[in-house]
Design a protein around this ligand. Structure first.
Ligand SMILES: Cc1ncc(COP(=O)(O)O)c(C=O)c1O
Length: 460
């Protein structure tokens, strides 16, 4: 494990955390009654260590972000060097810094030839907000301000700010007042497991794409500005769409002159076995959102990439873009992101996932289908999901909804690994550095957790 302070008073830290820390996506009261948060104190490679000395295989790469794994000292050194040279300067009002210029060019070099410009933010949520601003700026500059509606999908995740939470399709977030932007609309997700009973994958793909076309016609094509989608919906449960889905979406966007935004916050930087998910799925986006794997989570940074089609309007005719964040293109974060990309290249992580460990992980995932609790598996590259069911034939779920996933999550954590429930879909998304032996360990623990879950729920 990494060389870190080892004299933590974990009990005291747990107490002050429970008393003073309002945690995201957590029920603070229930957590306090349950003994508080698990304190993670150090990490190396694909393993985390908690304050009680337990080792956990991180099957989620943090929050789908630590693509290069933990413990790369090089990134700490790059950050320290940059902070000593220039800890901060902004990118507003015609100033820039060397790292932001270099990172812009580097990101552009990873993208197709028609992408040459990058705008920086600090999180995936903010980047999606920036994309909304960019889309409106584009259509207004083009003299078509009535093109203002943005269409997204149910069960999508695009972030947690007011606009990005509205953009997402998470019902729990919408219920808490997270659906406040009236110009954002949703259509069904291309979910084979959910909608595919007595239907072929193709039929689900066609139905989900038709939902977009119907919505465009309902709103009026002249009023629709953009469609946004994750190439593969991550937090929705690693929803791998049917093969005919994205080509149809592309046709609809092209036909009705709608900008296509690919949210690559999870899929980007190697997760699907290519640098970006749009390559794996054969999509031609106009705008791209990226975060997470851009810096492997070592420092917060995100970006949107702007195609020449958008650039030629907003840069040639748009005047000043009245948008930006104090930390857009933060020099230390840019320096770290740049080195992170170099590490992905140097270690051949994209090729490793595409040719070696990705197919291996997918075989292990498929192997779970013989388990009585597993009704369906799906995945690409280095992430995937398995659906927990009560009845494999009818796809009947356990009740109450969502609880069996928590049982499975708790068992695997007790056994020494982290994977995550998205409802009844258990998802994994480890660092791209994970080796085959570590995948064997992860899937061995998953099988043990499934057996224990089945016992608890009276199936075995
Ligand atoms: C596809 C996608 N977009 C956007 C976001 C939001 O990113 P952040 O949490 O950095 O704001 C996430 C976060 O999980 C995501 O998965």
């Amino acid at each position: 494990m990494a060389d870190v302070r080892r004299n933590y008073d974990i009990e005291e830290l747990g107490r002050i955390n429970t008393a003073h820390h309002f945690q995201p996506f957590s029920d603070s009261k229930a957590m306090a009654e349950d003994g508080g948060a698990r304190m993670i104190t150090s990490a190396s490679g694909v393993y985390l260590q908690d304050g009680h000395g337990n080792r956990l295989l991180d099957g989620m790469a943090g929050l789908w972000c630590v693509n290069i794994g933990y413990g790369h000292k090089e990134l700490a050194e790059v950050a320290a060097q940059q902070m000593m040279e220039l800890p901060y300067y902004n990118t507003f009002f015609r100033t820039a810094t060397p790292p932001v210029a270099e990172l812009s060019a580097k990101v552009a070099s990873l993208l197709p030839d028609n992408f040459n410009r990058v705008f920086f933010s600090n999180s995936g949520s903010e980047a999606n907000d920036s994309n909304i601003r960019m889309v409106h700026h584009y259509w207004q500059t083009k003299g078509q301000p009535e093109k203002r509606f943005i269409i997204s999908r149910d069960n999508a995740y695009h972030g947690s700010t007011v606009a990005s939470a509205t953009l997402g399709g998470m019902s729990a977030m919408h219920k808490q007042g997270g659906k406040l932007v009236p110009s954002i609309h949703h259509v069904m997700e291309p979910n084979i497991f959910k909608f595919g009973i007595n239907k072929s994958d193709e039929e689900v793909g066609a139905m989900a794409a038709k939902a977009l076309e119907d919505k465009v016609l309902e709103l009026g094509p002249d009023n629709v500005a953009a469609f946004i989608g994750e190439p593969i919906q991550g937090a929705g449960g690693v929803i791998v769409p049917p093969a005919n889905y994205w080509p149809e979406i592309q046709r609809i966007c092209d036909q009705y002159d709608i900008l296509l935004i690919c949210d690559e916050v999870i899929c980007g930087f190697g997760r699907t076995g290519n640098w970006f998910g749009f390559e794996t799925l054969g999509i031609k986006p106009d705008l791209i959102t990226m975060a997470k794997g851009l810096s492997s989570g070592y420092l917060p940074i995100s970006a949107i990439a702007i195609s020449d089609k958008v650039n030629d309007v907003v840069v040639s005719d748009g005047g000043e873009f009245a948008h930006g964040y104090t930390y857009s293109g933060h020099p230390a974060a840019c320096a770290v992101a740049l080195r992170n990309i170099e590490i992905i290249e140097r270690e051949g992580l994209v090729e490793k996932v595409r040719n070696e460990t990705g197919p291996y992980a997918q075989r292990l995932l498929k192997g779970l289908e013989d388990h009585p609790l597993v009704g369906y598996t799906r995945g690409v590259g280095m992430f995937g999901a398995f659906e927990l069911v009560k009845n494999k034939e009818t796809r009947e779920r356990f009740t109450p909804a969502g609880k069996v996933g928590i049982t499975c999550r708790d068992h695997i954590m007790r056994l020494g690994a982290i994977i995550r429930p998205c409802g009844e879909a258990m998802v994994f998304s480890p660092p791209l550095t994970i080796e085959k032996a570590e995948l064997d360990e992860l899937f061995g623990l998953i099988r043990q957790a499934l057996d224990a879950t089945a016992k608890d729920w009276g199936v075995m």
